[in-house]
Design a protein around this ligand. Sequence first.
Ligand code: NAD
Length: 432
Amino acid sequence: MMRPIEVIVVGMGARAMIYAKESLTHPDMFCVVGVVDVNMDRVRAAKKLFQIPDHHCFHSVEELVSVPKFADAVINGTMDPLHVETTVPLLEHGYDVLLEKPFAVNQSEADTLLQCANETGRIVMVCHVLRYAPFYREIQKVLRSGVIGKVINIQMNEQVSYFHESVSYVRGKYASPEICGSGMLLSKCSHDLDIIAWLMSGNLPASVSSVGSVIQFHPGMAPEGAGTHCMVDCPVESDCIYSAKRLYIENPQRWANNIWHDSGIEDPTKEEKEKLLSDVGNPFSRCVYRCNLKIVDHQSVLIQFADGATGTFSMNGGASASGRNIHITGTKGEIIGTFEEECFTVHEIAPDSPGGRISRTVDVSEAQKGNAHGNGDQAIVQDFIAVLRGEQPSPCCTTLNDSMVGHKIVFLAEASRESGGKLLKYEACREK
Ligand SMILES: NC(=O)c1ccc[n+]([C@@H]2O[C@H](COP(=O)([O-])OP(=O)(O)OC[C@H]3O[C@@H](n4cnc5c(N)ncnc54)[C@H](O)[C@@H]3O)[C@@H](O)[C@H]2O)c1
């Protein structure tokens, strides 16, 4: 029997903990033998949970690479702008890395990482966990089977619910390019553009253009008489759909965990929550219309592929509910589905049938079971371990080279949006 793969976690935050905990349910597959985090509490918690010895607990990657390599691989769950900076020394020290997405925040960083991976011969797999969700895996299988013919257009959109939008992309860390290093298209939708690139693989983009803006979260849209902080000075708080009190205290299941997680208070009482949200220094206490938003709240991307097929993607922040929709039109049929409904329909053109087409629904609910990422978080770790063991990777495998296309589309889309929607050639990206 093969021994478990030994893994060190760098950046033991919310995401890395999900992957690391898989070792507790699959101890035969891998074990966590080291941790690196600038936050002492997170190091202590990981040390206890995974029984990591003191001499394998570190507070920086520099410290980790100053000792001889003692594990097979690293899971890197640091925040976006640290991904390249922390992964390069790990690769150079001989570690293979499972790296959170986005793997880089601009093209020059992406090129640096790819070059380092090539030179060191190390593996970098990117956490594009949605590829592993049965919904997209099954769509990919249907496409590959050829039943809908050659793709003419792939259309996807991502609706970001008003509560997720406000907590993460207006008040939270992803609203701040200083913290997350990029705009919303990369931090939220790099998954979606990766899915488009993956489903179209073998057919590279030829050009990209994009438009987007802040349509909603600016002072001009604030309700009349609104204050600056919901629980401090706002007379219209109780009528506002973005009231921090209504969203985070009265309906705590709507992403409020992100707030308490960042506050450092585990499981705060109602009084502690009220105190936190009455503090004008707390970003989550702010009026959503007065956050001086530096990123867009909606954006559309148009891709032309080398063979003339088109891809269209829209991200709409502030929707009534979260949702990812897909509609692929081929020369012989269509695939239409919504991720959250856990099923999609395949329509095949059939002139002799009564409706002119034959339709069937592919149900993936049994496999996804309502999981936000369709259990992709678990599946990607298993694939990473399989790759390290030299086994056949799954068709979803997110190697760095393969993940580059989706990221390049995002970088070009952002450059296009900043230039008012200019059409940019795909190759132009590499020279930037
Ligand atoms: N794959 C997905 O679907 C998905 C979903 C959400 C977030 N993400 C990505 O996952 C990453 C982590 O997000 P998160 O929500 O877990 O963040 P987090 O803030 O909970 O975790 C980041 C951790 O990194 C630590 N850290 C900071 N600087 C460090 C350094 N120099 N060295 C080592 N550790 C350091 C922090 O203390 C923290 O524990 C981000 O890149 C995010 O964009 C991916």
